[in-house]
Design a protein around this ligand. Structure first.
Ligand SMILES: CC(C)(COP(=O)(O)OP(=O)(O)O)[C@@H](O)C(=O)NCCC(N)=O
Length: 460
């Protein structure tokens, strides 16, 4: 019950030491941290919400002391610098939430950091599901994220190359965590760490044996325009790598494995670190690009089609010529309104079986996809999460590829289209700043051309 929670919190979360003794007070015994961890682990999901809510509200900042010290600071404004700095430092210290000290103590016991990573995952779930309206929970999450960002700073991470000689438990995790192109069997896994492939992960001493974020790379001659040649094809016969065939690095899958480290930007750091690693192994390597899925394009398109149908604006999405080609390819009876039949086709993926339909739909779907990636926004940033990730890293939306993923999932998610986000190494820093500050999307001529076709067509 809640009284037990209050009793635990009162015992486990030490009060903030006084300003004078702030550097002298000894940390609580490890047993206190372990008790906190065990108690929390034993809670049911819904009790965790209650407990974290109490922790954030009752073990945070002493607001009364803060306002007293803020007033004192205002009173010293006409005093000498030393007195003002002293008053500021007292105020700063009083803004330390008690739970921040608790987290620091927990981080020093065995398994404490991993415990806090998982606790933050619970916090993110509570915030996402709005399971609690308590405003203090946001502060709790912010404090924990800033601690984790320090503990998992890129300088403290270890880059590990995963090969067929890596321990089974790591290979098993790599296979289990692969979120983008699921590993099907041992042969498939062996292929992904074999010739013309690289697999890298960041690990951290506080979480031994746990790959925090995993990047899969294909070493190719040119920038890949389809995923089949990377994950489907038979294993190459030659065991070694012919260096002359390696000019490009294609990032075809990246996954972070710890939900609690969201926002710590591990994926971004890993890509940058792997680029440097590959440049030292292949000094002549000149092209670095992703080959990325476009999750959400089909559902966005279905929404657009139903909206346009409702508004009787189907004609805006396809030209007369294109509608008639679709109707012809369907040799549909004039009855079914074309927008409905198009929606059904997309929903079932039927259209990929007809060459005529593919030809008729290619220009349409390509320009709609270009607009979805380049034009559709959420709070000013790219609506598509993968686009937003690579654009934040400073990549350029470089090439949209037709029939790049012909798997059922690829057709169902994005009409089989994939996109290359290209890393022009001397432009990423600048692109990233322009994207984050001005929401400017770096895009190639091909992409901009498709976008302007969409705009001309839809008289946007
Ligand atoms: C794309 C990923 C790796 C970005 O992670 P990261 O760089 O740590 O960003 P963030 O989670 O710190 O915002 C992450 O969002 C992820 O694993 N997404 C699901 C799989 C995918 N590649 O879309």
């Amino acid at each position: 019950g809640t009284s037990v929670m209050e009793e635990i919190l009162a015992r486990v979360v030490a009060p903030l030491p006084s300003y004078e003794t702030r550097d002298k007070s000894p940390p609580p015994p490890e047993s206190t941290s372990l008790e906190f961890m065990n108690y929390y682990r034993g809670l049911e999901k819904e009790d965790k919400v209650d407990f974290l809510s109490k922790l954030s509200q009752e073990c945070g900042v002493d607001h009364k002391t803060v306002s007293e010290l803020a007033t004192k600071l205002l009173d010293t404004q006409r005093r000498d610098q030393a007195t003002i700095l002293q008053a500021e430092d007292r105020l700063r210290y009083s803004l330390t939430p008690r739970y921040k000290q608790l987290f620091s103590h927990v981080s020093r016991v065995e398994g404490g950091v991993k415990f806090l990573v998982d606790l933050r995952a619970d916090l993110l779930e509570i915030l996402a599901s709005k399971a609690s309206e308590n405003p203090h929970i946001r502060d709790l999450n912010g404090t924990l994220k800033s601690l984790l960002s320090k503990w998992f700073a890129v300088g403290l991470l270890r880059l590990e190359r995963i090969t067929w000689q890596s321990p089974c438990e790591i290979l098993q995790k790599i296979s289990q965590y692969e979120a983008v192109h699921p590993v099907r069997n041992w042969t498939d896994l062996k292929r992904r760490v074999g010739p013309y492939r690289r697999c890298y992960a960041f690990t951290h001493a506080a979480m031994p044996g746990e790959p925090l974020v995993v990047l899969h790379v294909a070493l190719t001659e040119d920038i890949s325009d389809n995923i089949q040649s990377i994950v489907r094809e038979f294993a190459t016969l030659d065991a070694e790598e012919d260096i002359n065939k390696i000019n490009s690095a294609i990032f075809y899958s990246i996954s972070s494995t710890q939900a609690g480290l969201q926002g710590v930007e591990l994926g971004n750091y890993l890509i940058k670190r792997v680029v440097r690693e590959l440049q030292s192994e292949f000094p002549h390597m000149a092209q670095f690009s992703s080959l990325s899925p476009i999750p959400g394009f089909c559902s966005w398109l279905q929404g657009l089609l139903s909206q346009y149908r409702k508004e009787g604006r189907g004609a805006d999405l396809l030209s007369e010529q294109e509608w008639s080609e679709v109707a012809q390819a369907l040799d549909s009876n004039a009855g079914t309104p074309p927008v409905d039949s198009l929606r059904k086709l997309i929903a079932t993926g039927e259209w990929t079986r007809s060459e005529k339909l593919c030809l008729a739909l290619e220009p349409v779907l390509m320009r709609l996809c270009a607009w979805y990636l380049y034009g559709e926004k959420r709070r000013g940033f790219a609506l598509n999460p993968v686009a937003n990730f690579h654009l934040q890293n400073g990549a350029t939306m470089w090439r949209i590829n037709w029939r790049a993923d012909t798997s059922p999932r690829g057709v169902a998610n994005s009409c089989g289209i994939m996109v290359n986000y290209r890393y022009f190494l001397n432009e990423t820093t600048n692109n990233s700043v322009l994207y984050l500050q001005n929401k400017a999307v770096a895009a190639s001529e091909q992409v901009l051309g498709l976008v302007s076709q969409f705009q001309k067509n839809s008289k946007l």
